[in-house]
Write a protein that binds this ligand. Structure first.
Ligand SMILES: Nc1ncnc2c1ncn2[C@@H]1O[C@H](COP(=O)(O)OP(=O)(O)OP(=O)(O)O)[C@@H](O)[C@H]1O
Length: 211
């Protein structure tokens, strides 16, 4: 593992119109994936939004979110050090593939160009830096989105149904790639999914939210 980060969710309680929606107390260690499942409307996306720092004003939340021992509950989304991976790769259409990879990279750090080239080789896309993301296949876009996330040097990761739009073959490939990389990077991650196989491949604990 390259780094070791820890995410602690302490007595989280999120409610809507006076009714408790999500209650959770959990700790996610370095390289561990905690999977959250549950029926539609049980609050999975709401939990992710709360952790990421963009909970809608209709909800009330209490509890503490600690990242590497620091309480980040009151910080704006961009200062939490949390990376996100969604169903859609959401690559910036006005930037090249290399531009997308450079986008979230910390300002400090030597030779971004060389790191981007190396990262592209790492995901089997050597020489693709100048390409328009619109010209990539679904699987290639997904790999660029994953690498952009890793290059942004997050301390924890939230994954919202990241494989649900991929076909069966690609889904297997991306699961392995994503979980291996998160583990290697020592990142604590929280995965929201409806797919039991995602949970099995993630290999960590599974929490079921009640309706
Ligand atoms: N911005 C909002 N304002 C008010 N209520 C909301 C808002 N967003 C979601 N809700 C409600 O909060 C509850 C939880 O929604 P949420 O999207 O977190 O569920 P989910 O478990 O992610 O569902 P799905 O599996 O269908 O994505 C639902 O009853 C939903 O209608």
């Amino acid at each position: 593992m390259n780094a070791t980060h820890r995410l602690q969710l302490r007595d989280i309680c999120i409610s809507l119109e006076g009714q408790t929606l999500v209650e959770l107390d959990a700790e996610i260690g370095p390289g561990e994936v905690l999977t959250v499942m549950g029926p539609s409307g049980s609050g999975k996306s709401t939990l992710l939004a709360y952790l990421a720092g963009f909970l809608a004003p209709a909800f009330q939340a209490r509890g503490r979110v600690l990242l590497d021992g620091r309480d980040i509950s009151g910080l704006p989304a961009e200062r939490r050090g949390i990376g996100l991976l969604f169903q859609d790769p959401l690559l910036f259409p006005h930037l090249s593939v290399a531009g997308n990879l450079r986008f979230g990279m910390p300002r400090a750090g030597a030779n971004k160009t060389a790191r981007v080239e190396q990262a592209l080789g790492n995901i089997g896309l050597a020489g693709f830096g100048a390409r328009d993301p619109a010209t990539l296949s679904g699987g290639q876009k997904a790999r660029v989105a994953l690498m952009r996330l890793l290059l942004s040097a997050p301390c924890a990761v939230l994954l919202d149904e990241p494989f649900s739009k991929l076909d069966t073959h690609l889904r297997h490939e991306m699961r392995r790639l994503v979980f291996d990389r998160l583990h290697e990077a020592g990142l604590p991650s929280l995965l929201v999914t409806h797919d039991r196989e995602d949970a099995e491949e993630a290999g960590g604990r599974v929490i079921e939210l009640a309706h």
